[in-house]
Design a binder for this molecule. Structure first.
Ligand code: DAT
Ligand code: MG
Length: 168
């Protein structure tokens, strides 16, 4: 079986409900290793690129507002990269169906998700659904230096006169 990586995001509803620890405990059942972890402020550009495959859906704008935290008063999520054998499906099994009402009640989404009155699936976590999606998503959310394993090919580049913040 192949070693895979998968991107997990604790969405703003998961943060507001203080579920991060709980979710990580559940995910640890998969016996995978964490190779990246961080809190992220979600810009509209990041959100739109992450969900670009859904741009034609009627719920697209609400989905973008949701992942940006606009429904929950906060513009942040926490993101993790997990690695291990068959990681994508093993994590998806624990996470559960996209629709919280169809999700197995013992899955994360079944236990903690809900559908809002306007029809948004507030399903607490994101998890990659294929190796292709995982690669696209991990490269979108993480820089090579933020991962403790060399997953995808990298190249060296010299960045000149780039404005960046350092500790004052
Ligand atoms: P998943 O997150 O299970 O991979 P997806 O990639 O098809 O599902 O969709 C991304 C998110 O969009 C999903 O987590 C919740 C939202 N979504 C998908 N289908 C929806 C629908 N029919 N109604 C409302 N929200 C939906
Ligand atoms: Mg998906």
């Amino acid at each position: 079986m192949a070693i895979e990586q998968t991107l997990i995001i604790v969405k703003p509803d998961g943060l507001v409900k203080s579920l991060t620890g709980n979710i990580l405990s559940r995910l640890s059942e998969a016996k995978l290793i964490i190779v990246g972890a961080k809190a992220v402020r979600v810009s509209r550009e990041l959100a739109s690129t992450h969900y670009e495959h859904l741009i034609d859906k009627p719920f697209f704008q609400e989905l973008i507002d949701y992942i940006m935290g606009k429904l929950h008063g906060g513009n942040r999520v926490v993101a993790f990269v997990y690695q291990g054998e068959n990681a994508i499906q093993r994590i998806r099994d624990i996470v559960g169906h996209t629709d919280p009402e169809k999700a197995n009640p013992v899955s994360i989404r079944g236990a903690y998700g809900r559908i809002t009155t306007s029809g948004v699936f507030e399903n607490v976590v994101h998890a990659s659904s294929s190796p292709e999606d995982a690669e696209k998503e991990i490269k979108l959310w993480f820089q090579p230096s933020e991962l403790v394993e060399d997953i995808y090919p990298v190249k060296e580049t010299v960045v000149k006169e780039m404005k960046t913040l350092v500790w004052a």
